[in-house]
Each structure stands twice: as C-alpha cells, then as structure tokens.
Design a protein around this ligand. Sequence first.
Ligand code: NAD
Length: 357
Amino acid sequence: MSKTNDKISGPVISNMEMMGHEQVVFCNDKETGLRAIIAIHDTTLGPALGGTRMWSYSNEENAIEDVLRLSRGMTYKAAISGLKLGGGKAVIIGNSSTEKTEELMKKFGNFVDSLGGKYITAEDVGMNTKDMEYVRTQTKHVTGIPESMGGSGDPSPVTAFGVYMGMKASAKFKWGSDDLSSKKVLVQGAGNVGENLVKHLTEEGAIVLINDINEQKLNEVSSKYGAEIVRGDGIYDMDMDIYAPCALGATLNSDTISRLKCDIIAGAANNQLLDENINGEEIKKKGIIYAPDFLINAGGLINVYSEINGYDREKSLSQTREIYNTTLQILKKAELEDITTHKAALEIAKQRISDNK
Ligand code: NAD
C-alpha cells in the first residue's frame, strides 16, 4: 500500500524512536477477528487525529510501516494548517469488502475509547460514514460522522477547495496573477476530490483535462463539466500549465518529472513525491512550482477538526481559504532559502511544534 522513501524494518520501538512516535497500540480481538494498530505520533499541539484505514496488508511489517508513516504525516499536516491537533492514524488489517462487520467496528471503537481522547479517529481508505457510526456507539473520540448526526459529513468538497486555493496561490507566485481562466489543467483522478476541483476550475474558465482509470467516472465528470478526457501513460508528456494529481501517491518520480512540461504541480493526492528529497530536488531544478501535498490537501482535516468543537462549515471554509496565504508564504521561503517547497513546508510545521514544546 505505502509508497515510502524511509523503508521501515526491524524492531518497532527503534522505528518509533527514529520517527519520533509517542505511542503505538496493537489491538487484537479473537471474537470479531479485529487486528489493528493505532499509532500516535506527536501530541504537542493537541490530540492525535487521523483516519482509520482498512487494508489487506500482505504482512504485519507493511501495516506497521504504513501506520507509522501516515501518523507522522498527520502531525505535519495539522501543524502547517495551524490546528491544535497532533498526528495519529490507525490501520485495521483485513479486507474491507469481506471482513468488515458491525461488531468488528464496534470493538475497534472500544480500543479507541481506551485511549481516553489521546487519539481521535475518522474515515480513511476502506471506511465509510456508516462504519464511523458504529465506532461512535462505543466512543465519542471519532469525527467524520454524517451531517444528519451533527457531524461534518464528506470532507472531499472542502479538500478540493483547499487544493484550488493552493493552486491559485501557486499561479500568483509563478505568473504574477492567480487568474486560472484559459490555463490548461490536467486533473488526474476524477473521484470525490477531483470532481469538486474540476467544478471550481471550470467555473473559473480553465481548460480542464481529466484522466481516470474508471471509464464511468470519466464520462460522468466530462458530461457534467465539459472536461476533455485524456487516457494512458502519455498524459505526462502532454502540454499543460498545471498538473493536479488527485488519484494516487508517488506519481512524481524521476521518470514522470523528466517528462512533465507544466509550470505548476498542485493536487490532492497524499505522498505525491516517491522520494521527498530526490524528486523534490528534480522538480525544483526544472523550475516547476510544487505546492506541497500535505499543505494544500488539508481542507478535509480542517473540516473534521471543526466537528470537535461543534461543526461550522463556514468557519471550516474560511480556515481552508488560508491555504492560499500559507502556500504563498512557503513558496517565497523556498525561493529565498533555495530549498525545495516540500522542505520549506516541513520546516515551518516542525517549527510550530517545537515552539509549543
Ligand atoms: P476517490 O477514491 O474518490 O478518487 C480517486 C480517483 O482516482 C478514482 O476515481 C479512481 O478511479 C482514480 N484512480 C485510481 N487510480 C488511478 C490511476 N492510476 N490513474 C488515474 N486515476 C486513478 O478518492 P478521493 O477521496 O477523491 O481522494 C483522492 C486523493 O486525495 C487520494 O490520494 C486521497 O488520499 C487524497 N486525499 C483525499 C482527501 C479527501 O477529503 N477525500 C483528503 C486528503 C487527501
């Protein structure tokens, strides 16, 4: 599952030490078949919030690697977004289509509850709002419950809005204007976030191209917004102004970067850089502006955070709008210090944490 550049192997506590984790909880329940790991990376800024992922990991080591890496990422995403939250994540080992039951989710809720609010869960891959409702029966430390239950519902529209803000800020930095009309934007992945991004872009008059492996999605989004469909691996060689990865991680690697002809990369996918250092440098050398993924895709996190203190959509959107200013600040810092934008964002996030220690 994970695309990582810090390969994890060996004893768990040594890896926790290396990556700065506070606590890792292994959960096992014979009756429901639950096998889960909850990782709490850093709670300096607040409780560790992060979704629960259910995935058929090929071995336990992969599950540990995923949860350690993802929980650390949440710490930096919350910090860069100015949220009073730490970073955490949970993984349930198993097939979400065939092994997930109401009892299993409730048992998982018990384990979350046993942490007394130090970890707050939410949806991730393999989960839906119904599962969060089951977790909610056992613990109050869960977000992303349906709007009908007073929750914040689907975070994707807010995530897309944040990506759009990050993209406009990148345009302002690169071209001196954030006007995206007539700019050619390739949105890779026309899913929940991608479709909402296409909506913002077409409303502004951008020329939108869409790519997806799901033909039905492609046709739906194309006929709704008039976006042009592009297929195949050749997308990386196309002429475009902006590449917006909104499908999978690791699409920015030495091969694709050498082929990309865009001015800006700004999208929703997590962990877009296959190798944060090598690929970040390659992008910088080509003069492409890269809006760090964990900064501009934080709208969803901002949205679930708002749920903790009584959901307020307007507040979430105005906080997400701030991604514009933060992106500009980071792009300027990277230019001034001659470092990659990813590194610049990471430095600010780490500084926020150490300022609060
Ligand atoms: P989604 O599953 O709704 O959409 C993903 C789309 O990508 C699907 O339509 C899928 O068919 C397509 N896809 C998969 N593999 C592809 C490939 N190889 N080439 C082209 N298209 C491909 O997911 P989403 O909620 O829209 O999230 C998109 C990305 O943004 C994910 O990487 C997710 O981790 C990240 N993200 C999402 C949120 C959120 O609020 N949903 C928040 C932060 C980050």
